[in-house]
Design a protein. Sequence first.
Length: 258
Amino acid sequence: MSLITRRSLIAGGSAAAATLVSGCEPVAVSDVGWLRPILDFGQIMSMRAQRLLLAGQPLVREFTEADMSPEFPPNGTERPNGMAYFRHMRSNFADFRLTVDGMVRKPLSLTLDEVKAMPSRTQITMHNCDEGWSAIGQWTGVPLGHLLGTAELMPQARYIVFHCMDEMVRTADNSGFYYESIDLFDALHPQTIVAYGMNGKALPVAHGAPLRLRVERHVGYKHAKYVNRIEAVDRLTHIARGKGGFWEDRGFQWYGGL
């Protein structure tokens, strides 16, 4: 059964819906089906308005080290289940490889050291969780645009999908693993990075080691953790349940722009 929570109202950008459903208690979509068109309309209008305002691709605010939060709660999974991730963690990700494939001319299979050897960016930004909290942290990683440029995107690519190692729901077809997606407008933004460092140290397991997405203009659930594959596609309908993300497949809004 799909759920709507506070995150869907924030991501949808619908003030009207927010006045109708408040708090963080989950509400079944089937119980409030009349809200779906309101949420969908809110998402479309929010996306169009923000894309117009952000047409010049401005940077989000970056902070100083003095602004960094003393505590930064982990969002979502804090450690994936299963032996595959446990073995990676025990070996300090020595055998880990990041795959970049799909609609690219030169598919990549990179070790963590090879990712770290690429041009990097460090930024101190505010994370806005869809559960209602925020924190400021420092992130270091390779710009996603550099990875996609190295792999040479094909002209028909429209979306970038992040496949993750945290299995949220056990399913026969492996559709229960966390995944997320963004379009090229956000993928090629200079502050969109695949991060391997946090606050001057290696990315902690609770925050998505060895790699996580930082897409700074979006709320927390868009920042995929435990990423091991980046796929360029022309559509989202053929992946899992076809809505572009694990939570989106369960009733949340695809566009999570702030």
